[in-house]
Design a protein around this ligand. Structure first.
Ligand SMILES: [Zn+2]
Length: 282
C-alpha cells in the first residue's frame, strides 16, 4: 500500500522567482505569499520532503490564481512535473470559475493527466460556490471521476493568511447535497463540518465527502485526528501536510503516533490511493 500525502502545493520555478510581480497583481497570492518568509516549493523540494518522510507520493495542487496566464503556467508545470516523477506526483488542476474559459481549461488539464481539481478558493477568486458554474464544475468532476479539493474556511478561531476565501462548511454541505456523485475533499478537517456527520441526513448528504488533515498542527489540538476518524470513519480521512507550509515528516509522525496501524495505513495512503486511481479511461 502506498503512503501518500494528499495535500501539498507546488509552484513553477518561474513563478517562485516572480513572486513579487504575481503579488502585485493577485490579492490572494499577495496575502499568502507576498511575505518572502512564506515557503514556496517546486517539484524537487517536494520529492525530497517525501523521501525524508518515507512517503511514496503526494497529491499536488497549485494555487488558486486569479488570472488565466498564471493558472495555465501553473497547470503546465504541475502536469510536466508529474509526468517526470514516475507516479510520485498526483497533479491537481487549478481553475477559476469566474473566467469565461474555465471549462475548457479544466477539461484540457484533466485530459492531460490532472487527477482532480483544487485547491478551490471560490470566494477569493470571486465566484459563488453555489452558483451555476459551481454546479457545472461538480457535474464535470462527477463525469470524469475527478475529486474536487476545497479550501474550507473554518468560521471561528484565529485568523491566518488565506483563512477566508475558500468555501464555508455550510456551502460545502449544500453543494455536496446537490451532487451526490461528486467526490469532494474538504481540506483542513472540513472547517468543522465533520461534527455534523452526527446528523443522519448530513451523513447521507456527505457520503462522497472526504476530509484531509492539512495544516492540522496549526489549527487543532493533537488528538483532533482521532476525533476526525471517529466522526467520519477511517475510510474518509486523508493525511495531508499542506507542504511546504508544514513538513510531511513531522505531520506524518504526529498522526501515525495517534492512530492504530491499520487505520493509519488507510489514512496515510490507502484511501488516497483508492480515490486517485479510480478514474475511468477517458
Ligand atoms: Zn487550504
Amino acid at each position: 500500500m502506498r503512503r501518500i500525502d494528499a495535500h501539498t502545493h507546488l509552484f513553477a520555478p518561474a513563478q517562485i522567482a516572480g513572486r513579487d510581480q504575481l503579488a502585485a497583481h493577485d490579492r490572494t497570492f499577495a496575502e499568502m505569499y507576498g511575505d518572502t518568509a512564506a515557503k514556496m516549493s517546486a517539484a524537487p523540494g517536494l520529492l525530497s520532503a517525501l523521501d525524508r518522510a518515507g512517503l511514496d507520493a503526494a497529491v499536488a495542487a497549485g494555487f488558486a490564481f486569479a488570472s488565466e496566464p498564471a493558472i495555465e503556467e501553473q497547470n503546465r508545470y504541475l502536469l510536466a512535473s508529474a509526468s517526470e516523477a514516475g507516479g510520485r506526483i498526483i497533479p491537481l488542476a487549478t481553475v477559476n470559475l469566474s473566467l469565461p474559459g474555465w471549462r475548457g481549461s479544466a477539461e484540457y488539464a484533466l485530459a492531460q493527466g490532472a487527477r482532480g481539481i483544487g485547491e478551490l478558493r471560490p470566494h477569493n477568486q470571486g465566484w459563488d460556490p453555489l452558483g451555476t458554474a459551481a454546479h457545472d464544475l461538480c457535474d464535470l468532476a462527477a463525469g470524469l471521476a475527478a475529486p474536487l479539493l476545497w479550501h474550507v474556511s473554518e468560521p471561528v478561531g484565529h485568523d491566518y493568511p488565506g483563512k477566508r476565501g475558500g468555501i464555508t462548511p455550510e456551502e460545502l454541505w449544500r453543494l455536496a447535497s446537490a451532487h451526490p456523485q461528486t467526490v469532494m475533499i474538504a481540506a483542513h478537517f472540513g472547517g468543522g463540518l465533520p461534527f455534523y456527520l452526527q446528523m443522519p441526513e448530513v451523513r447521507t448528504a456527505l457520503s462522497m465527502t472526504y476530509f484531509d488533515t492539512s495544516a492540522a498542527s496549526l489549527l487543532y489540538d493533537d488528538a483532533s485526528v482521532v476525533r476526525l476518524v471517529d466522526l467520519a470513519g477511517p475510510a474518509r480521512v486523508l493525511f495531508g501536510s499542506d507542504y511546504p507550509l508544514l513538513s510531511p515528516l513531522r505531520q506524518l509522525q504526529r498522526i501515525t503516533a495517534l492512530l492504530p496501524g491499520d487505520i493509519a495505513q488507510a489514512v496515510c495512503g490507502g484511501n488516497a490511493d483508492t480515490l486517485f486511481s479510480d478514474r475511468p479511461d477517458t
